[in-house]
Design a protein around this ligand. Sequence first.
Ligand code: HEM
Length: 93
Amino acid sequence: MGWAAANFDDTTFEDPLTLRIDRAQNPHVGFGAGDHACLGAAHARVVIRTLLSALAGMVERIEVVEGEPNKRDIGGLVRLGGFTRLVLTLHPR
Ligand code: HEM
């Protein structure tokens, strides 16, 4: 199942390629759905919220210097998942 693709559905998400952490309508399926929905979702949400809030308190801005998308070729279907290399500059507050 390509869960990530559903999160880029432009009939559901306005401007799907833009990261907006404050989307009011956000019916993403990043944690799956149905019988096998992620059991760790609540834990993951707390960890991510804590991390982002600590980071936001420390940095004014994060600049992407360079990034190499992680591409996986699965029998001709190319899937993008994160980065194999990501260089950032953190501008402190
Ligand atoms: C950002 C972090 C996480 C993401 C994006 C994520 C995503 C997902 C997704 C998409 C599924 C469904 C897979 C499928 O239906 O094939 C899943 C299942 C699952 N996740 Fe997570 N997960 C995360 C963190 C965690 C954590 C921290 C735990 C445990 C502490 C966890 C435990 C599980 C388990 C046990 C399942 C299988 C549930 C089942 O098959 O009934 N996950 N996760």
